[in-house]
Design a protein around this ligand. Sequence first.
Ligand code: SAH
Length: 228
Amino acid sequence: MSAMTFRATILTLYPEMFPGHLGFSLAGKAMERGQWALDAVQIRDFATDKHRTVDDTPAGGGAGMVLRSDILAKAIDHVSTDDNRPRLLMSPRGKPLTQQKVRELALGEGVIIVCGRFEGVDQRVIDARGLEEVSIGDYVLSGGEPAALTLLDAVVRVLPGVMGNALSGTHESFENGLLEHPQYTRPQVFEGREIPAVLTSGNHAAIDKWRLEEARRLTAERRPDLLR
Ligand code: SAH
């Protein structure tokens, strides 16, 4: 099986924000190895007037500005002719991003991600280009760029071969519907607090049992919604 490059194309008014933190650490090394590639496209390049306007006032009145559908559609068409990659729009109104969705995206050939700004994006381009709205949480950012970086961070780290230890990840939070158990490392004693004895016992069955119990306890305490 030949290694495939996961391709991310970002439509944004701030292409300089990319690859941002994804140029560092595991994601940065994976990019250098060609396991994934990122290309940030300036939406403003598709404006038609001499001021390169991309937004206008909301129909019906109100504060702020709205990204124009015609300009954005041209940018989307430019990057996605003959392209089967999912087209996402980062949006607080979108479906909340989950680890399951992250895994699904990582199995594909890549993503096209539109980053909103201002008050958002004209509804007609969302409908006409079939943009799938994805949210990273119930709070409002000033732009889609940090949301897109967050989504890509989660996707890139689960691409085949990106994480050094292939087993790392399988017991992580959300992978099995539970939060992860607590982690410890040396020193053995920190400010009078010891590493739980079972973890240094060498008894792998007992360690697995302890970890699962702790994961269940933490999940019940902090995220009972995950157990339902
Ligand atoms: N007026 C809009 C918010 C616009 S925020 C509303 O109330 O729904 C500006 C842009 O930031 C959005 O278009 C979106 O691309 C991005 N954004 C803000 N919060 C986000 C979130 N929680 N998840 C994903 N993208 C978000």
